[in-house]
Design a binder for this molecule. Sequence first.
Ligand SMILES: Nc1ncnc2c1ncn2[C@@H]1O[C@H](COP(=O)(O)OP(=O)(O)OP(=O)(O)O)[C@@H](O)[C@H]1O
Length: 162
Amino acid sequence: MGSEAVRVVVRCRPMNDREKALSCKMVLSMDVHHCQCFIEKPGATDEPPKQFTFDGTYFIDQTTEQMYNEIAYPLVEGVTEGYNGTIFAYGQTGSGKSFTMQGVSEPATQKGVIPRAFEHIFESIQVENTKFLVRASYLEIYNEEIRDLLGSDTKQRMEVRL
Ligand SMILES: Nc1ncnc2c1ncn2[C@@H]1O[C@H](COP(=O)(O)OP(=O)(O)OP(=O)(O)O)[C@@H](O)[C@H]1O
């Protein structure tokens, strides 16, 4: 993993039932050791696949546990030492953002980045005779509307003040 302040990793999810039922073809492959991702153009067997390099690549058989240990763990560890850190999931609808960030409880290896980060932070601050303040907010920004998902009325649009 590089030492840049911003790192971009990509995760490929397995095909869902709908895609399998439609006999969709996987056009993406990865060389996870070299952090490379290859995309074939369907039907164009004579064209070489397009190649992209990331700071990390995670294919269908890799778990959120592995992603957390390699990507998020050092960042959260930095937060406990006073540095700022952001983990941002980006992708089209159904690509697996919630699966990665929130995750599922079974299997435990696919528990999400957010619950793992909470456990990590609360374990780190179990220090005798020291008090810590942990603050959390949970906002949704959708269609340029902002909602507080921890508020009493999660449907209420929040005002944007400049
Ligand atoms: N790595 C994965 N392994 C197995 N299933 C996955 C994986 N990633 C996503 N899925 C499954 O794919 C479906 C879509 O994923 P998810 O809901 O996380 O997408 P999303 O990007 O959050 O979508 P949206 O933007 O619409 O909220 C879910 O059923 C999820 O369980």
